[in-house]
Write a protein that binds this ligand. Structure first.
Ligand SMILES: Cc1ncc(COP(=O)(O)O)c(C=O)c1O
Length: 459
């Protein structure tokens, strides 16, 4: 059963601390009209998030217009890594607006060149060129196209794409096909015979997940053989696309599994794309998540924290792959827009000057120490804690049946919201934690304290 987050204001005890303030019913009664208008005028497919109305957001705090203030553990789903309304980004945007250059289509502007140069200089050496887009889903579609174009330089039948069941790559057609979820892609009406899906190697798949010697290499081989038995010819695989961790629970792949995949790909001349749209730019204590697996991908899909603010996504790769499409054949009207490029450039500078990747690693230790204690204390409630750096997924179970408990996870999010903490509501048995990497230690600890209180009160 799914828990319905209510839009009706609930009287809650007031909160007043250095970092939080709750002084009205939640959601604030005066904001309910906005929620109602959206219910009336906007597709419900956009709805399901915690019902507060954001008025402004600064650094690690979110405010409504009625005096309430929350510690933000969402970074707007891992966009605001450099902090909400980062002053360096805001200043770059103001300068661009004042300079009166809002749009150039594919005509050249200087900030585009500066941003691309910075992006390529910031990323490891194999990434030589980039293609800029607006949404993450466009980046994954673009990577799909590039992998197939590359495959076809080898053989006309090298079109196969292998992805993971349940992975999130966006909401457009190719991206939903990659997810391999029969319900979510039913609307497409047909199956692409060149899309193949591996089951995600969940830690609990190993008979005894505490078995450090579990053979993930064999596991990978076995799952590939199963695809082969289903008609996949290994020679026809153009590439693999990997969501760098499974988004809904921050669940990482075993490194040995990804290394086996990389060895397979190299042997068969298949490309590897990591979808770093959610985890890139310091979230996990490294620039990119793939660096935790000790492999070398061919392409990366980037988005969200690439700009820390405005719609900006990218695919990066070697010159050889990135230059496969003909001149002018992959442009997009709004991509590489001057404002987005200015935000992207200032964001990369802010991540660098704030030493935010190292900060994510350091603060991540604080976060995971507390979450480890919480898991011990509520062993019958918390089944898993995943993540590293300033990223965590906490998975809940029903204490009686040990079944995943999405209802409880939603209630934790709602309770925390009423106390002045925003968590990522996944609608599943997980909550996700991903504050701006700029959050002060004290606010991080205060937020974790609110999470503890919320679990305690609901348990
Ligand atoms: C891993 C991953 N890939 C792709 C996307 C799609 O990005 P967008 O919503 O910008 O299209 C998301 C969005 O949540 C994501 O988390």
């Amino acid at each position: 059963m799914k828990y319905q987050l209510s839009q009706t204001p609930v009287d809650v005890p007031p909160v007043s601390t250095k970092y939080r303030n709750i002084e009205t019913a939640i959601p604030a009664p005066e904001t309910v009209k906005v929620l109602r208008d959206l219910e009336r005028y906007e597709s419900r497919s956009m709805h399901g998030q915690l019902p507060i109305v954001w008025d402004r957001a600064e650094d690690f705090q979110v405010y409504d217009a009625c005096g309430n203030c929350w510690i933000d553990f969402t970074a707007t789903i891992f966009v605001a890594n450099a902090g909400h309304a980062n002053p360096h980004i805001v200043s770059a945007l103001k300068k661009t607006i004042d300079h009166q250059l809002l749009h150039t289509y594919t005509f050249v502007h200087e900030t585009r060149a500066s941003f691309l140069k910075k992006l390529i200089e910031t990323t490891p050496g194999q990434f030589e060129k980039a293609f800029l887009l607006s949404a993450g889903t466009e980046a994954t579609e673009c990577a799909l196209k590039l992998m197939r174009m590359h495959g076809q330089t080898i053989s006309p039948t090298k079109l196969g794409i292998v992805s993971f069941q349940g992975a999130m790559h966006g909401r457009t057609m190719g991206a939903e096909m990659l997810k391999g979820d029969p319900h979510q892609s039913a609307w497409i009406g047909h199956r692409d015979p060149n899309m193949h899906h591996l089951p995600f190697p969940y830690p609990w798949v190993a008979q005894d997940s505490s078995d450090k010697n579990y053979d993930w290499e064999k596991h990978f081989e076995r799952d590939m053989r199963a695809l082969e038995a289903n008609g996949l010819n290994f020679d026809n695989i153009a590439g693999f696309i990997i969501e760098s961790y499974l988004g809904w629970g921050a669940i990482f792949y075993p490194a040995a599994y990804i290394q086996a995949l990389a060895a397979f790909a190299e042997e068969r001349n298949c490309l590897i794309t990591f979808d770093e749209i959610q985890g890139g730019f310091g979230r996990t204590g490294k620039l990119f998540v793939y660096q935790h697996y000790d492999v070398e991908p061919d392409l990366l899909c980037l988005g969200k924290a690439l700009s820390g603010s405005l719609p900006l996504s990218a695919v990066i790769g070697s010159q050889k792959i990135m230059d496969l499409p003909e001149f002018g054949s992959m442009s997009s009207t709004h991509s590489a827009n001057p404002l987005c490029c200015a935000a992207g450039l200032a964001n990369l500078e802010a991540i660098e000057s704030g030493n935010l990747i190292a900060e994510s690693k350091r603060k991540g230790r604080i976060l995971h120490r507390h979450l480890g204690e919480l898991k011990k204390k509520y062993a019958d409630r918390i089944s898993w804690v995943f993540g590293t750096g300033l990223l965590a997924g906490v998975l809940f179970k029903n204490p009686e049946t040990a079944e995943p408990d999405g209802f409880f996870a939603s209630r934790v999010c709602e309770k925390a919201m009423q106390k002045g903490l925003l968590l990522v509501h996944t609608g599943r048995e997980s909550i996700k934690i991903g504050p701006p990497l700029t959050i002060p230690d004290e606010a991080l600890e205060e937020g974790i304290g609110v999470l503890k209180e919320s679990i305690e009160e609901l348990n």
